[in-house]
Ligand binder design. Structure first.
Ligand code: SF4
Ligand code: SF4
Length: 272
């Protein structure tokens, strides 16, 4: 009798586990199919494939930028991007940060050159390992202990492995940035654009030490509420008030001044 009860319980337990496993498999299958449907329809609709990586720039996946069709794992943006450039006729832009480039971006760059891929790699060199709290990396002239250290040049590495077009720009200069990206997107081969500008965390800390505080504001008499700064440029500091006027939140403004370049009415100025 005891044996029969034991067998029955064992069977019930096994059947329950099988049922849970089957349900889990169905859920996983649905998630994958849903992801693929969205993913492939996105690729179909858009000409450029944006391959992003692990770093603060991965936030560009979100609207309104939508600058990431996928983000898989640290250092994967270039390797996966090269796969897409081979498998499709679409242009691929891979994004990677400076520290991720040193960590895992160099081998896929070597392979991209060797395999004659058509790809644009954007190395966002913000002179810091921003996402994890501001550590150094081999691209800066200071080591982890704060001592002077040799600065390894991303540009020289890219040229050294044979990338056909290599340019370093300051992304704060929007005109130059636009021109260089137009050229790089036309390039038939491996193009590397290094956007070099210190992270706001660095400039803010330096400014605080010097007692400098620069903020921008919007001259309401000049502003036509065209919303270019809100909808196209989308700095988080710029917002629409309840009365419809456009303003800058001084607590969020880093004083970079980039918004000045996008306002067609020159209504954005240094806050007095
Ligand atoms: S871009 Fe210039 S004019 Fe247009 S809403 Fe912004 S501040 Fe106003
Ligand atoms: S100055 Fe820079 S941080 Fe401030 S509102 Fe303009 S773009 Fe944003």
């Amino acid at each position: 009798m005891q044996n029969n009860i034991g067998k029955k319980r064992k069977n019930e337990k096994e059947n329950g586990e099988k049922k849970i496993k089957k349900e889990k498999n169905n859920i996983t299958k649905n998630i994958i199919e849903n992801f693929q449907r969205k993913f492939y329809s996105k690729l179909k609709e858009e000409e450029i494939i944006y391959s992003t990586d692990i770093g603060c720039y991965a936030l560009g996946l979100e609207p309104p930028y939508n600058m990431g069709d996928y983000c898989i794992s640290m250092g994967s943006s270039l390797g996966i991007g090269c796969g897409f450039s081979k498998a499709t006729n679409q242009k691929v832009i891979s994004f990677i940060g400076d520290s991720t480039f040193f960590h895992a971006g160099i081998p896929p760059l070597v392979n991209a050159v060797h395999n004659k891929d058509k790809i644009l790699l954007v190395v966002m060199d913000n002179r810091i390992t921003g996402m994890t709290g501001g550590q150094t990396n081999p691209g800066v002239p200071v080591d982890g202990m704060g001592n002077p250290a040799p600065e390894v040049s991303i540009e020289k590495i890219a040229r050294g492995v044979g990338a056909g077009l290599v340019k370093t720009i300051d992304p704060v200069d929007l005109k130059e940035t636009e021109e260089v990206f137009k050229e790089a997107l036309q390039f038939e081969g491996v193009a590397v654009v290094i956007t070099k500008h210190p992270c706001a965390m660095i400039t803010n800390a330096e400014n605080r030490k010097k007692g400098i505080s620069v903020k921008y504001s919007i001259n309401q008499e000049e502003c036509t509420k065209c919303l270019t700064c809100v909808k196209d440029f989308t700095c988080p500091a710029v917002y629409i008030e309840k009365d419809g006027s456009v303003n800058i939140n001084p607590l969020l403004c880093d004083g970079c001044g980039v918004c000045v370049q996008v306002c067609p009415k020159k209504a954005i100025e240094v806050k007095k």
